[in-house]
Design a protein around this ligand. Structure first.
Ligand code: CAA
Ligand code: NAD
Length: 278
């Protein structure tokens, strides 16, 4: 299978890595060489870690050798499946899919790893809505089991079947859902993270205490503020905006503190500063 990934950030890199671990030929695209280099370095680090723990079937170099890096979208002409993992912005994603729809061979499937943006709208932009789907991996991709498979309004049964089987070949557990704002995962997760941020803003407790209470009290693997920093506060804000707009209820209103931190460039782990310093 010729497996394409657009965006070499934390999600795109992880998806490319797991696809290569499964034996697929992988092509990854980003807009600057520096982003491709950073993505490659992150993949190398993750492969080394998994190898050290005996969790890789092939040597790290063999897996890495299955991944090619490019800045050219034209290189995706022969891809069987392309998963998009760029910035969580509907206009930017729609523009990319308009272009990709004219490049990838007609039998190729286009998928978005979006956290919340309507799959049906992106499917329309691609010009091939039957062969378009949401393939939502969880962060960190090499360690998390779930792929949420989101059918757009016109996604064909055949597309859903191929993408479900591909996720299984990647060692993941695909679970289906329909196209509603935030799908299942982020409709339920994100309001909790937003509420934790609201607790910081209102002075309910210090960040360490909020995270500790949720970790020790609810057995969550990470506290909500650590998790928000890990996901990226820009991504969290974009998702909350989609929920607020799409579901039309003020219970989804993004916390003003979240908005302010993103405006200040405090994006969490990826910028070095969020609720914690990295
Ligand atoms: N690749 C390889 N190894 C990795 C890695 C990666 N990408 N990320 C972490 N590791 C390694 C760590 O380095 C660590 O190695 P050592 O044991 O040698 O120190 C090891 O994995 C285990 O890490 P920890 O001991 O710190 O923690 P853990 O085993 O308990 O689990 C975790 C780590 C799976 C990330 C866990 O903390 C967790 O489940 N966190 C919550 C993640 C989550 O909720 N993800 C979903 C986010 S929402 C989303 O993705 C959707 C969206 O649209 C926003
Ligand atoms: P990121 O900021 O780490 O990476 C995004 C990458 O996309 C960057 O390298 C950027 O240069 C690149 N990019 C931006 N515009 C591009 C374009 N037009 N063409 C090619 N590349 C472009 O972001 P991320 O956390 O990897 O998130 C990517 C997507 O995955 C978003 O839609 C996000 O909502 C979704 N997602 C994120 C998480 C998470 O926990 N962070 C989990 C699941 C899904």
């Amino acid at each position: 299978m010729n497996f394409g990934v657009i965006g070499a950030g934390q999600m795109g890199g992880g998806i490319a890595q797991v696809a290569a671990q499964s034996g697929f030929d992988v092509l990854v695209q980003d807009v600057q060489q520096a982003f491709l280099d950073r993505g490659r370095a992150t993949i190398e680090k993750s492969l080394a870690k998994l190898h050290e723990k005996g969790r890789l079937a092939d040597a790290p170099d063999v897996v890495l050798g299955r991944i090619r890096f490019t800045m050219e979208l034209q290189d995706f002409a022969d891809s069987d499946l392309v998963v998009e993992a760029i910035v969580e912005n509907e206009a930017v994603k729609a523009e990319l899919f308009r272009t990709l729809g004219g490049i990838v061979k007609p039998s190729g499937i286009l998928a978005s790893n979006t956290s919340s943006i309507p799959i049906t709208a992106l499917a329309s932009a691609s010009g091939r809505p039957e062969r378009f789907i949401g393939m939502h991996f969880m962060n960190p991709v090499p360690l998390m089991q779930l792929v949420e498979v989101i059918r757009g309004y016109q996604t064909s049964d055949e597309t859903a079947r191929i993408v479900t089987e591909t996720a299984e070949q990647m060692g993941k557990t695909p679970l289906p859902c329909n196209d509603f704002p935030g799908f299942v995962s982020n409709r339920i997760l994100m309001p909790m993270l937003n509420e934790a941020i609201q607790c910081v803003m209102e002075g309910v407790a210090e960040p360490e205490a909020i995270d500790g209470i949720m970790k020790l009290g609810m057995n969550h693997p990470m506290g909500p503020l650590t998790l928000a920093d890990f996901i990226g506060l820009d991504t969290c804000l974009s998702i909350m905006e989609v929920l607020h707009r799409g579901l039309g209820d003020d219970k989804y209103r993004p916390s003003p503190l979240l908005r302010k931190m993103v405006q200040a460039g405090l994006l969490g782990r990826k910028s070095g500063q969020g609720f914690y310093t990295y």
